[in-house]
Design a binder for this molecule. Structure first.
Ligand SMILES: Nc1ncnc2c1ncn2[C@@H]1O[C@H](COP(=O)(O)OP(=O)(O)OP(=O)(O)O)[C@@H](O)[C@H]1O
Ligand SMILES: CC(=O)N[C@H]1[C@@H]2OC[C@@H](O2)[C@@H](O)[C@@H]1O[C@H](C)C(=O)O
Length: 371
């Protein structure tokens, strides 16, 4: 068993989620403390600019390097806070910040300085989780399904775990244990951008704006006509894939636009082609705090839709815990992707190990022969 700190900064660009997990990458012995370190507004803006320009940015761009350093600094801070609470951590799983995801061009780009994180914490860091699968022809996302399946621990299916982050993704564990997954469509990202544009707040807090609006059905069907939604899984998205939807709803009132974008996310979930209809949906990610999204999903799906807390899970820390879990899988050479999850050719391991400078070889590395 390893004690691992998992670090995740998602597509919402809202900050770092950090969590401690005890796991061997197969079984989960337990969880330690978790925390969220929000990015200040200026860093969000800078990171957003990098993300918007990522298709043309050279990797050595000074602006990119500055944002990468600043983002890593928050990860260092988060990891150190957890180290102060849990002194015997073995390693770190560090997702980094996705600024571009283009698997069709064999490219996925997470920024973050693993050397700096390793040096500052004295710990070995597993990072770059997605590129091995993308290089092999897979989508490189979503990667959370192995973790969802381990948490479900053979519970009778078919059950769906839905993450509503900036992008939304689903894991379906079928009755025979097969894990199916894909990104379903937008999650909160469009709503966040719309809310920022019209209210100056980073998100539509508690869905208050959307709740006052009426869905524009013509626009909604127009948005859902995108071929992505009919494509079978596995499939994955960049945060900006549906950014043009904001222009398409630009003539709506702020409230109607928010209502239409909220139902866009929900209908994209409902229309996702799945091999089995889930009898139960468990929801994690920030979108489960939005009552408009949750209400619309209950109406659209017609089966129980509940936050993952119903299963005793922590829906805000789940992705951070996941990258701790995947780090443990990585050091053991276990798969973190699979053909039914990311569409790659095989069950593949992934992640890269970075140890800063002359750090003493950790005990776990001697035991696993990974050194
Ligand atoms: N009270 C709330 N009301 C409405 N929306 C909320 C609320 N709380 C959180 N959110 C939404 O949740 C988002 C953050 O969700 P989360 O942290 O799961 O995203 P992420 O991990 O960055 O994304 P991804 O999973 O795509 O990487 C916020 O940007 C916001 O849109
Ligand atoms: C490329 C990338 O960072 N994708 C994220 C994003 O955020 C949600 C969805 O799109 C998911 O595919 C993935 O994150 C989770 C943690 C995953 O890999 O499972």
């Amino acid at each position: 068993m390893f004690t691992v700190i998992g670090l995740m900064s998602g597509t919402s660009l809202d900050g770092v989620d950090a969590a401690v997990i005890r796991t061997d990458g197969e079984r989960i012995e337990g969880f330690g403390p978790d925390l969220h370190l929000p990015y200040p507004a200026a860093l969000r803006q800078h990171a957003r600019k990098i993300l918007d320009e990522a298709t043309t940015l050279p990797p050595d761009s000074p602006a990119l390097k500055a944002v990468e350093h600043e983002i890593t600094r928050y990860h260092v801070d988060a990891a150190r806070q957890l180290q102060a609470l849990v002194p015997d951590v073995d390693l770190i799983g560090f997702h980094g910040q996705t600024i571009l995801h283009a698997p069709a061009r064999h490219h996925t780009w997470q920024i973050g300085d693993a050397q700096y994180l390793s040096r500052a914490t004295g710990l070995a860091v597993i990072h770059d989780f997605r590129s091995a699968d993308v290089a092999a022809g897979g989508e490189g996302a979503p990667l959370v399904p192995w973790f969802h399946a381990a948490l479900l621990n053979g519970a009778s299916g078919p059950a769906a775990v839905l993450n509503i982050g900036g992008v939304a993704n689903i894991t379906l564990v079928d009755t025979d244990g097969t894990i199916h997954a894909c990104d379903t469509g937008p999650g909160n990202a469009l709503l966040d951008d719309w809310a920022l544009r019209h209210t100056g707040t980073a998100c539509d807090v508690d869905g208050k704006l959307a709740a006052m609006g009426t869905v524009n059905q013509t626009l909604l069907e127009d948005l859902l006509a995108d071929p992505y939604f009919a494509r079978p899984a596995p499939k994955s998205l960049d945060r900006q894939t549906f950014a043009a939807a904001l222009d398409r709803v630009s003539d709506c009132t702020p409230a109607d636009g928010a209502a239409t974008l909220a139902v866009f996310s929900v209908e994209a979930i409902r229309r996702t082609p799945l091999p089995a209809r889930p009898a139960h949906w468990y929801v994690c990610g920030g979108g489960r705090h939005n009552p408009v999204l949750m209400r619309a999903m209950r109406t659209a799906l017609g089966v129980p839709v509940e936050p993952v807390e119903r299963l005793g899970w922590n829906g805000d820390a789940l992705e951070a815990q996941c990258f701790g879990f995947l780090a443990a899988r990585s050091v053991r050479g276990l798969p973190i992707s699979a053909p039914t999850i990311t569409g790659g050719p095989d069950n593949l391991s992934g992640g890269r190990l970075t140890c800063a400078g002359l750090m003493p070889i950790p005990a776990w590395m001697r035991n696993t022969g990974a050194a």
